[in-house]
Design a protein around this ligand. Structure first.
Ligand code: NDP
Length: 297
């Protein structure tokens, strides 16, 4: 928990109504230069007619505790944590939501009654996207990758009702660890499959997710090592890569009759969840998606 030199919330409670004081939110990460979330969230705030700001802050690891303390002192409604702070921030919080605790990472912090509450909206954003094409209940999900995005996608899919999760990852330690987390801490069954050759998607798979960093700009044409012929028509294929939104994996999958979900949708959805948590109001996802699509060209 962050050591407080004063009880900021007590003083905030005694302060007059907001007046010219904007609702403050933002992001702590480093490097922060290419973070597109600021444009997406500020566009949403403007469309909502809210006097609210989202400040993109470049915060080194040594400054994280001070940044969090500063946000509290300034009465921020909350903030996102991106790389490299998603794990380190946990020690600074008063409370961590159950799914974020299982994932082991927090990307969204909400200040609630002066308490810092950590959430993980990455995986929830993915599951919201998934619901637009298929009910996750009973799904057999294949997740490529076992890093931050892979953990969020695997755990939230399992908590949303997927019956089994197969983790495919190069590094066996990370892969096995994620499969064990899903098997031990969610109702789903889970296995780890070593990724030593082109992976053939099993017949029982209903959802396939690229949660590796393969395909991220400027390497938008890179493809994960998957046997494309094993992508049966009807299998949902999703990519966490937001830029470019139409990755080569998604193009190949579409050509084989697979419904697809892009990483832009996941990014928008986690932004929607954050804004909802910070403001209690509903942003327009179309405005947010348009803003991001403009940035990513
Ligand atoms: P991490 O560094 O935590 O994990 C990277 C993962 O990618 C690891 O599993 C790694 O495998 C795997 N990987 C990297 N290169 C290769 C390769 N050549 N072949 C196979 N596997 C590879 O990163 P994150 O999980 O945080 O982020 C991954 C991607 O997800 C990023 O591109 C990020 O932009 C995106 N993302 C998108 C979000 C959204 O809202 N759309 C939200 C969060 C992330 P190994 O363990 O074997 O090294």
């Amino acid at each position: 928990m962050v050591a407080r030199t004063k009880d900021y919330q007590l003083e905030a409670d005694m302060a007059p109504a907001r007046g010219f004081v904007s609702l403050l939110t933002g992001s702590f990460s480093t490097p922060a230069t290419d973070n597109p979330t600021v444009a997406m969230v500020e566009a949403a705030y403007a469309a909502m007619g809210l006097d609210a700001r989202y400040v993109n802050c470049d915060v080194p690891p040594s400054g994280l505790a001070d940044a969090v303390r500063g946000a509290l002192a300034m009465g921020w409604a909350g903030f996102n944590c991106s790389l490299p702070h998603k794990v380190a921030v946990i020690d600074l919080l008063d409370e961590v939501a159950a799914s974020a605790r299982i994932i082991g990472a927090v990307n969204c912090v909400v200040v609630r009654d002066g308490r810092l509450v950590g959430e993980n909206t990455d995986g929830q954003g993915f599951v919201e996207s998934l619901h637009t094409v298929v009910d996750p209940a009973g799904a057999h999900v294949v997740v490529f990758g076992a890093g931050g995005a892979g953990r969020a996608v695997a755990v939230e899919s399992a908590l949303a009702g997927a019956s089994s999760v197969t983790v495919v990852n190069r590094d066996p330690v990370r892969g096995r660890e994620l499969a064990a987390i899903v098997a031990d801490q969610t109702p789903a069954t889970a296995t780890y499959t070593p990724w030593t050759a082109a992976y053939a998607v099993p017949d029982e798979a209903t959802v396939v997710v690229n949660a590796t960093s393969v395909g991220l700009a400027p390497h938008g044409d890179a493809l994960i090592d998957v046997d494309l012929a094993s992508l049966r028509p009807g299998v949902v294929v999703a990519d966490v890569i937001p830029n470019p939104p139409r990755t080569r994996l998604l193009r190949e999958a579409e050509a084989r009759g697979c419904p697809t979900l892009d990483g832009l949708g996941m990014l928008v959805n986690q932004g929607v969840l954050g804004i909802r948590l910070w403001t209690g109001q509903e942003p327009d996802p179309a405005v947010m998606r348009r803003t991001l699509a403009g940035i990513f060209g």
